[in-house]
Ligand binder design. Structure first.
Ligand code: SF4
Ligand code: SF4
Length: 223
């Protein structure tokens, strides 16, 4: 289970500035369980966006958005609606947003923050990873997480040590910031690199109090 919380509407509308037409993408897995990205939340978001002058070209909920094959197969029948949009708003965890961004040649916008539950999450098949930082920055990085794709977790660009696109920490790994640059170039959003991403608030990377008292993690802490 990966838990997510919807971002404030103002933040989402800020990301959608300049995008009139929006496609909504949800997840029937953890996001549905979190109450952030199932059909009811997509329908609510559609109403809110329309009230704010946006046009929703279509909606789709994928069984598990963290599986790229499922993203591709679910979106195939609605490809026209996706391609008619200026941006795709993805209402799920950071892994689902990253998997979606890898499969869709459109700007992909995170509609949620992934919040920590404590303990260790299950592994998933793809290469996408999320540190559950509680304040998702995937909009600025084209849907590639700088905390996990960069070996040093740098938030504001490359360290300068990459060689032929490979990371200086691990030459078998592609440089995360090289990937971010190429992705932003591909979707015509290189200007996002000018945004300064502030240091992470590490208190958001700890489970909240109400989660601590209700999760298995809390039980493990008892004597
Ligand atoms: S920025 Fe990265 S770690 Fe933070 S929520 Fe998004 S995907 Fe997860
Ligand atoms: S080479 Fe790239 S991925 Fe590696 S630490 Fe530097 S910026 Fe990060």
């Amino acid at each position: 289970m990966v838990r997510s919380e919807q971002k404030p509407l103002e933040e989402i509308l800020g990301y959608l500035e300049g995008s009139k037409k929006v496609f909504l993408l949800g997840c029937d897995g953890c996001a549905q369980a979190s109450g952030t990205g199932g059909w009811p939340q997509l329908k609510e978001m559609k109403e809110k966006l329309e009230q704010n002058g946006k046009e929703v070209t279509g909606m789709m909920v994928v069984d598990f958005l963290c599986q790229k094959a499922l993203v591709a197969s679910h979106l195939k029948p609605v490809e026209d609606q996706v391609m008619a949009s200026d941006a795709v708003l993805v209402m799920t965890c950071g892994i689902g947003v990253q998997a979606s961004a890898a499969m869709i040649k459109k700007p992909v916008i995170p509609g949620c923050n992934t919040v920590p539950l404590g303990g260790t999450r299950g592994e998933w098949r793809g290469s996408e990873r999320c540190l559950e930082c509680g304040d998702c920055v995937l909009y600025w990085t084209g849907g590639i997480c700088p905390l996990t794709a960069c070996s040093k977790g740098l938030l504001n660009g490359a360290c300068g040590g990459a060689s032929n696109g490979k990371c200086e920490v691990d030459r078998n790994k592609d440089c995360g910031w090289e990937r971010i640059y190429q992705r932003l170039k591909e979707i015509g959003q290189l200007e996002r690199l000018k945004k300064f991403i502030p240091p992470k608030a590490y208190n958001k990377m700890r489970p909240k109090g109400e989660i601590l008292v209700s999760s298995l993690w809390a039980l493990e802490q008892k004597d």
